[in-house]
Design a binder for this molecule. Structure first.
Ligand SMILES: [Zn+2]
Length: 273
């Protein structure tokens, strides 16, 4: 689509064992970058896909029980990496951002939401219902830190209901045409988190943002699943497998499409701009 472009960037990272991210992986520690995308839409202006970490993570995990999150996941993020500051460097003020697609509600995706006072949040109704009102341990179980959401979050949401989808992809299932112009198609990638959404951006070639639908490139190219130990904090292992199979099959049928798993260092280094 003319005038539509995507920039891939990252804000912070945590570390994890490669053997957890992919079956047969080595025991070495790898960086899980918290990437996000800045989509430039010819009519709607700036649309963000996720926001990465911000230093709010440190503040919000100082006390129990959220401290458990910080102890389990060592997070590194600097002021200059935060999305709001990256935009500032590019001459863009946060209030200019009108839309933020929230793939799911884990802390490494929603860290910057409070920085954008004029944004409408686009998320799957099921994803929000899964975390709504949760606090303490029950929030933690969902990888959710409630204070990362702006207090008026719900009133600024545009919920996506896939039951109303008019498009069906052979591999990805129902698709929602966000702006009804073919620029951004949203799909469900359940399993890692309930109602997780991916976004297909109609650039040339297409750019498919799959969030945590895959962690590493080899997850979807070779259909290699993570170590089953990660089931502990996934919403549904069987849904995850279905979603990853969908991405794998889509990739086989559309090898030219750029696929960006949020945390994949190799993909980030290749596509970041
Ligand atoms: Zn996640």
């Amino acid at each position: 689509m003319k005038g539509l472009s995507v920039q891939i960037k990252s804000a912070g990272y945590c570390t994890a064992s490669e053997s957890h991210a992919i079956s047969g992986g080595s025991r070495k520690s790898i960086k899980f970058y918290a990437s996000y995308a800045i989509i430039h839409h010819p009519k709607h202006g700036l649309v963000l896909f996720d926001t990465g970490y911000t230093r709010r993570f440190y503040n919000e995990t100082k006390n129990w029980p959220y401290k458990i999150y910080a102890l389990a996941t060592k997070v590194y993020v600097g002021e200059e990496e935060e999305l709001i500051n990256v935009l500032k460097e590019e001459g863009i003020d946060a209030p200019e951002v009108k839309f933020i697609i929230v793939s799911h509600f884990h802390a490494d995706h929603i860290g910057g939401l409070r920085d954008f006072p004029n944004a409408t949040f686009i998320c799957c109704k099921d994803a929000f219902e899964d975390v709504k009102g949760k606090k303490g341990i029950s929030a933690l179980r969902k990888g959710f830190i409630p204070n990362l959401l702006p207090s008026d979050f719900e009133s600024r949401c545009r919920f996506i209901a896939f039951a109303n989808a008019e498009i069906n992809d052979n591999h990805l299932g129902p698709l929602i045409d966000l702006f009804e112009d073919g620029s951004i198609l949203l799909c469900r990638l359940d399993g890692h988190a309930k109602g997780q959404m991916g976004a297909m951006i109609n650039t040339e070639p297409k750019t498919f943002l799959v969030a945590d639908g895959a962690w590493l490139k080899a997850n979807y190219t070779e259909l290699r699943f993570p170590n089953p130990i990660v089931k502990l904090f996934f919403d549904s292992w069987s849904d995850y497998k279905n979603s990853l199979k969908g991405i794998h099959d889509y990739h086989k049928a559309n090898p030219e499409t750029i696929i960006m798993p949020c945390h994949c260092e190799e993909s980030l280094m290749k596509y970041r701009s």
